[in-house]
Write a protein that binds this ligand. Structure first.
Ligand code: MN
Ligand code: MN
Length: 467
């Protein structure tokens, strides 16, 4: 045997997926990402993503779970939790108790939330004060066009949805930064202090209400504009949920158009691929479930996050509606026998910052969807470390379906880390592994993903639903 032959037999290497690719597959990859970019543009907040999912679910023949008393194999249902998370299921051939196949992704992304008392005027400029949500590098948010999205409940209970800054004819908003000419001391400081949280104030306007006997006329004029358009008053901000996000649209990146750039790809890239994969999977052996949740970026602790009992409750409802003799044990057995992909993004190796990565255990652009046995920080803190049996099972499912996949840790062992929703599924005694798309510039206003990897995630989730 030659050395080359022995290498082929024994070594484990992964190459760029564009080698040996068929023209038809490349076309399928690129076409798939057109729909994905539309989703990113339509879903800039968790509520907008859920609205998109409901819309698509209904187009694909799903009906509200609450509208059915009994469920049979092949039935397609969805249920929504407080407009911020959604669970969709296709009832499988086998009883729920033999287990289900769940792909769980999150639809919240790092952003700037408005404070509850946000509107103020300083030096005849009106601003919104913000409180950032999730892990951001604050200096990335000034001097980019921003849009305003949110939900306001008026005193009479009426709900108002805001979205300003997305349409071509809309104005956009902005946070300012100091000119370099006067930034000597700013530039010497730590990056975390370049722009402090209390400087993330969004410019709203400069024209005062035309009455020079009052103070804060610019603020009053902004309130009047909002009142004229939406009928809201300053008090309504107290309960409102208003999010400031980048106003730009998702775009192809690169001369070869191989990448998608856009806001919120963590984790909407996995949400979209999981949703599409569910729609494109007919009734499978086991019940297939796509669960899109909120609040991952702040720790999943909310009624609409992964820690909520909503997930268990809905599985109980699916059991009860598919079984004649439902007992609490049905749910327990269902959980124990369920397989789950915690589908969340990971960091692709960035050659410009490769000092924080360990090359043998990093994921790379164009090498496929990334399976992570564990995440966490330092000594795997905050992870659910998946068993070797389950890793092997999932890698064979992917291999059998011709899915291009890779493995990789988030970065060097002592460099930092992060967690996903996997641990909150594992406490339910569900077998779970992290599986998602590698990103460059994660948590920035303009994240980058490879179209090839996005498509492999879709193919991988489809193969998993059928396993
Ligand atoms: Mn994520
Ligand atoms: Mn994240």
């Amino acid at each position: 045997m030659t050395g080359e032959e022995l290498q082929k037999k024994l070594l484990y290497t992964k190459k760029n997926g564009y080698y040996d690719i068929l023209d038809s597959e490349k076309k399928a990859i690129f076409d798939f990402c057109e729909g994905y970019k539309d989703f990113l543009n339509e879903g800039k907040t968790e509520r907008e993503c859920i609205r998109y999912a409901i819309n698509q679910a209904e187009k694909n023949g799903f009906v509200l779970l609450e509208s059915k008393d009994k469920l049979n194999k092949g039935d397609k249902v969805y249920t929504v939790n407080r407009d911020k998370s959604i669970l969709l299921a296709v009832i499988g051939e086998k009883p729920m108790q033999e287990g289900t196949r769940v792909v769980a992704a999150h639809v919240d992304s790092p952003r700037l939330d408005l404070k509850q008392n946000p509107l103020y005027e300083n030096t005849e400029i009106a601003y919104f004060k913000t409180h950032y949500y999730g892990g951001i590098k604050k200096y990335q948010w000034p001097t980019i066009p921003l849009s305003i999205h949110g939900t306001i409940i008026k005193e009479n209970g009426e709900k108002v949805y805001l979205s300003i800054g997305e349409k071509e004819s809309d104005p956009v908003f902005c946070i300012t930064d100091l000119l370099p000419h006067l930034a000597q001391s700013q530039m010497k400081g730590e990056a975390t202090k370049l722009i402090e949280g209390e400087k993330l104030n969004v410019i709203l306007g400069t024209i005062p209400f035309d009455d020079d006997k009052i103070s804060d006329g610019v603020k009053l004029n902004i309130l009047k504009l909002l009142n004229d358009a939406y009928g809201i008053t300053e008090k309504d901000f107290v309960s409102a949920e208003i999010e400031i996000v980048p106003a730009f649209r998702a775009k192809d990146v690169g001369l070869d158009l191989s990448l998608v750039g856009g806001y919120g790809q963590d984790d909407r890239v996995c949400a979209y691929t999981a949703l599409k994969a569910l729609f494109d999977t007919d009734c499978a052996e086991y019940t297939t479930i796509c669960y899109l949740v909120d609040k991952e970026e702040t720790g999943s602790m909310d009624a609409t996050g992964m820690c909520s009992r909503f997930f268990e409750n809905m599985l109980a409802e699916l059991c009860a509606k598919t079984e004649d003799n439902y007992t609490d044990l049905s749910l327990r057995n269902t959980l124990t026998n369920t397989f789950c992909l915690s589908s969340d993004v990971t960091a692709a190796l960035d050659p410009c910052f490769d000092n924080v990565m360990e090359r043998n255990n990093s994921s790379y652009l164009n090498k496929g969807v990334c399976l992570m046995k564990y995440t966490g920080a330092r000594g795997k803190s905050g992870t659910s470390d998946c068993s070797c049996e389950f890793v092997q099972k999932i890698t064979s499912v992917m291999d059998d379906a011709g899915v291009v996949w890779q493995t990789g840790e988030l970065g060097k062992v002592d460099e930092g880390g992060g967690g996903t929703v996997a641990q909150f599924l594992a406490v339910l005694n569900i077998q779970v592994i992290d599986c998602g798309v590698p990103l460059l510039s994660m948590h920035s206003p303009f994240e980058i993903a490879s179209k090839f990897d996005i498509y492999q995630a879709y193919k991988g989730y489809k193969a998993f639903y059928k396993c």
